[in-house]
Ligand binder design. Sequence first.
Ligand SMILES: Cc1ncc(COP(=O)(O)O)c(C=O)c1O
Length: 387
Amino acid sequence: MRGFSDRAMAIQPTGVRRMFDMAGDDVISFGLGEPDFQPPQAAIDAMTKAMQDGHNKYTTTAGLPALRKKIAESWSSYQAGMDENNVCMTMSGTNALLNCFMTLVNDGDNVLLPEPYFPLYGPDVTICSGEARFYECLFEHEFIPQIEELESLVDENTKAILYNFPSNPTGATLNLQQRDALLGFARKHDLWLITDEVYDQMVYDGEHVSFMGCDYDNILLVNSFSKTFAMTGWRIGYIMSNNLEAMKQIIKLQYYITACSNDAMQYAVLTAFTEAADYPAQMTKEFKARRDLICQRLNAMPGVSCHIPNGAFYVFPKVEVLGTSSEDLSIELLKGGVLCSPGTAFGKSGEGHLRFAYTISREDISRGMDKVESVLIRLQEAASTVI
Ligand SMILES: Cc1ncc(COP(=O)(O)O)c(C=O)c1O
């Protein structure tokens, strides 16, 4: 048999999936990051109707103009003057990310990526023959990157930097001053700035701080309706940029990736915008109550400290049990009936952390936290008798 490509051999399955595959059906799952809501009924109805109306065909590569225009308008308070030409529909945020890297990265280029990270970033850069260079977003810095570290990583082969706020897995968000410092870094080194804002609608206190609207030409925004309208299984997202030359390249590449997005689904998302505009806010209200509950429970446990995340639906506490790695800890928790992800599934700087996705009911969060607490107390007691 002839071998496989270097790019296939260079990438590994992600740690989040590995834990998920090990779990039985009876565990309380804080594992995967998908809302436990269904898409708005209006969108489901619109999808059915669109199919019955014959919208079952290829669309233009960039997608339905009315939807793209609606998306551009939805960002007008950040960046005025954009229209359908600034938006390319994709078949998910995952697709949008790969397209951005394919559009920008050459063999020998490097890309600065956050760590802990959404696990697709590094392999995506590898698939594009680039080098993934990770900058740390640490607990001690409220999970915000430090400019000095970025300065130590950048060189003449750095093509782009990716920022992800609100962050998966930390839930961190930026304030305006931090945003401007990160923008200033990209501008100083003339880098493409890819901003993954798929959690822009899930911000708890204050407004979402975006890179859109910043006075810089080299910004590509990645977004998705997976979280916004709880449509993870639908696979629809987009890339948006004020830079029309970049949009031209992105749309050209998108043709070779998927030809276009799903015809009927684009009508459904358009309907969600008009008839279920408050849906993300309703979900966010519930997520906020869950966030408060899970943080309060975790912070009361021995050896656990967690920041109160301001966005997304993850909490990334520091969990210290002497002599136990985060991977071992998550296996112990799984045995105790709770699925979560070891911090190291998001890079080595995630050691000492666990990620809990609070995408289950408050009742299940409480039951799950009871189990976490009893496992941690048992492990802490065992660790102290060893000493
Ligand atoms: C930070 C981040 N970016 C992008 C994505 C991709 O989302 P999707 O492919 O479902 O649109 C996710 C999904 O979890 C994510 O957490």
